[in-house]
Design a protein around this ligand. Structure first.
Ligand SMILES: C[S@@+](CC[C@H](N)C(=O)[O-])C[C@H]1O[C@@H](n2cnc3c(N)ncnc32)[C@H](O)[C@@H]1O
Length: 188
């Protein structure tokens, strides 16, 4: 497992109940790596994946037949009424609107789990020293150092807390390895 997955599943285990009636959405699911692990750990729940990127969703569908993936915003709104939503590494690419969108489709008292980078205001050199894992270096090579630096150092836990406080009550938050944060909230 990578990108703090053990810490994320520890947090999920405290908050998630695996039941046939519960619905779990992986928001900004990419190729569905989190959705797939969530379905494996909580097999009774219905697991969904949503991403704005059509090509990525097509790939996710091919790789994960037990999960319902969709790309269009209307389906996102229609499927709604989720018990749980996870937004992994999506927040750093978005602003407050994303939090409002997620709030709309959660059940009353539904839970949101966010995992993201906690690297606001790092210098380019500090960023280079932190991003040394092969997968990270590969990602930087793909999108270019400048893009990677700007995206990953733009926000942190504090900015997420500020942006989400009108919509969610925080249950728990912590920094992981000085590089990521994990935050859990309940819908207001
Ligand atoms: C850095 S990737 C992370 C993918 C996946 N969550 C993971 O951890 O492997 C961010 C993903 O979020 C998607 N995304 C960004 N903004 C979004 C939005 N407003 N609505 C839905 N998906 C979004 C992107 O298309 C991309 O696939």
């Amino acid at each position: 497992m990578e990108f703090a997955a053990l810490e994320v599943f520890e947090e999920l285990n405290h908050n998630v109940s695996d039941s046939e009636t519960n619905k779990f959405l992986d928001f900004g699911c990419g190729i569905g790596r989190w959705a797939r692990s969530i379905k494996a750990v909580y097999p009774k729940m219905s697991v969904y994946g949503y991403d704005i990127n059509k090509d990525i969703i097509n790939l996710a569908k091919k790789c994960n037949p037990k999960i319902t993936f969709f790309q269009d915003y209307e389906t996102f709104l229609k499927t709604g009424n989720y018990d749980y939503i996870i937004a992994p590494f999506v927040f750093h690419e978005n602003g407050t609107d994303l939090i409002k969108e997620i709030h709309k489709v959660l059940k009353p008292r539904g839970k949101l789990f966010v995992i993201d980078y906690n690297l606001l205001n790092l210098t380019p050199n500090e960023f280079k020293q932190k991003f040394i894992e092969p997968t990270e270096l590969e990602e930087i090579a793909q999108i270019g150092f400048r893009n990677a630096y700007l995206q990953h150092t733009a926000k942190d836990l504090k900015s997420f807390q500020n942006e989400s406080s009108n919509y969610f009550n925080e249950i728990c938050s912590r920094s992981i390895n000085d590089k990521y944060f994990i935050w859990t909230g309940i819908k207001k």
